[in-house]
Ligand binder design. Structure first.
Ligand SMILES: *Cc1c(COP(=O)(O)O)cnc(C)c1O
Length: 360
């Protein structure tokens, strides 16, 4: 017996990530409902790209607020969205009340998913025939993404492979929630036991350093509260290259599972993530997304532990997407210019102190 690593690849579509699984479902229901269009936010651009594709299939208008740092760092991603007919605005923008307010309070901000959500919600609620759709965090998104876990389980069952450890990167928690869905079901029913590990960036450590509390899902505090692991809706993460993981909160379902001790979480540093990404590219040929490479890092680390202890384990991880639009990040890594920004306890406490007060 040797340690084996398997991965489920979700990057074989033009949008380059697992996000298309939910985008198609959400565009389909929007069309059924007779809507004209949808608004959304995008961080690194994968969700916006996926939704643009899905909207073009169904003849829906698509307005995307893109986190400013990504809008500037990823012009190609932006043009893919426009190719599929979406309009793309850098966030925070002067187009919305909430955008103007955020810019007045934080001039020169590079934006965050939370800010972009607030802007997209404002446009949807003030434009007839439009709704806001979200590409992660919410329960219906995890439900759409459970196709990842179902396919993974079917493939493993076919070859008689039973994983010991299941690993996924966690931004809002949708790919991980989807990947673990059937396995967590078995675990909850006491049929089988698995170690499940969520991997997040050290620069945005919602699980590992956040608080389990009711919080706003967006920086503008216009969305309903959710009980989740959060760094506070005012937390604006450092401009890490894994844009899809720069979110202050976490899926409520995953938060509950983590709080119940049914899964683990760890954070990893950006340079260690890119080292793993490069190793993976050389061994497997696929150029991984920086987000996905968080899971690769943890899978390699777990395999190395097995090597030390002499135990053989079967490891499965979610390879959520490709990194072709992240070459600026790879360039920084190769040039030795990549930074590992880790927030201080005081910084995190400052935004946690502003959590909304909720009666128990
Ligand atoms: C958006 C994204 C993620 C993180 O989002 P989750 O909702 O946590 O899955 C991870 N990987 C890629 C490639 C992404 O685009």
């Amino acid at each position: 017996m040797t340690t084996e690593i398997y991965y489920k690849f979700e990057g074989n579509n033009t949008s380059g990530s697992h996000k298309l699984n939910s985008a198609i479902a959400q565009a389909y229901y929007a069309k059924q409902q007779g809507l004209k269009g949808v608004t959304t936010e995008t961080g690194a651009g994968q969700w916006g790209t996926a939704l643009s594709m899905a909207c073009s299939y169904f003849g829906l208008d698509c307005k995307v607020f893109m986190v400013k740092i990504s809008y500037e760092q990823k012009p190609f991603r932006r043009e893919v969205m426009r190719t599929y007919g979406a309009s793309v605005t850098p966030s925070p923008s002067m187009e919305t009340n909430v955008g103007r307010k955020i810019l007045a309070e934080h001039p020169g901000t590079t934006g965050s998913l939370g800010c972009a959500i607030s802007e997209a919600v404002e446009v949807a609620t003030s434009t007839p025939g439009y709704r806001y759709v979200l590409g992660s965090v919410l329960n219906q998104v995890l439900l759409h993404q459970s196709v990842i876990g179902l396919e993974t389980k079917a493939a493993l069952d076919k070859y008689g492979v039973v994983p010991d450890i299941i690993i996924g990167c966690a931004g809002g928690g949708s790919n991980l929630g989807g990947l673990i869905a059937p396995f967590m079901g078995e675990k909850l029913r006491g049929e089988r036991d698995y170690r499940i590990i969520a991997v997040e960036p050290a620069s945005c450590p919602s699980f590992t350093r956040g608080k389990y509390a009711y919080d706003f899902c967006d920086t503008g505090m216009v969305c309903p509260l959710a009980k989740m692991y959060t760094l506070g809706s005012g937390f604006i993460p450092a401009p890490n290259h894994a844009g899809g993981l720069r979110y202050h909160g976490m899926s409520s379902i995953l938060s509950q599972l983590y709080d119940d001790g049914l899964m683990e979480a760890r954070s990893v540093r950006q340079t260690d993530v890119f080292e793993a990404a490069e190793m993976f590219a050389r061994v497997e040929g696929i150029l991984p997304a920086p987000e996905s490479s968080h899971a690769i890092r943890a899978a390699i680390d777990e395999a190395l532990k097995c090597k030390e202890t002499g135990e053989a384990k079967t490891i499965v991880f979610g390879l959520t997407g490709t990194g072709y639009f992240d070459m600026v990040a790879y360039e920084k890594f190769h040039e030795g210019q990549m930074e590992n920004y880790i927030p201080t306890d005081a910084e995190i406490q400052a935004t946690l102190d502003k959590l909304p007060r909720v009666d128990a």
